[in-house]
Design a binder for this molecule. Sequence first.
Ligand SMILES: [Zn+2]
Length: 116
Amino acid sequence: MITCGNMGFIKKINRKDKKGSIKTYYYYYEYIKSGGKWVQKYVRQATPEEVAATHNEDKKDIAIITCANPDCDNQIKMPRSQKRRLYTTYPLRYNRFQMVYCSEACQQIHDMALRG
Ligand SMILES: [Zn+2]
């Protein structure tokens, strides 16, 4: 995924404790580039405010977008809130739309095509 700005999101992880009961943990993750691919990286524990915010969102609300390279149909899954940031918050802030690619290779191919 090629984007600008803060690519952080909250990840919910269920873990069993010593007594065998399920506990839910919330972590703050960010997308980072590794070997030309965007991967999820653990950053820190989520703050109580962030945990509360995720409760307000539909947990199954995963948005699917396709790679911006016209010759690639790879799908990229992300939380709805992140898609909203990409298509509403960032365009309002930076006055341009952000293309999202499944890989750096796709970005480069499309970059070259756009230059003509
Ligand atoms: Zn692609």
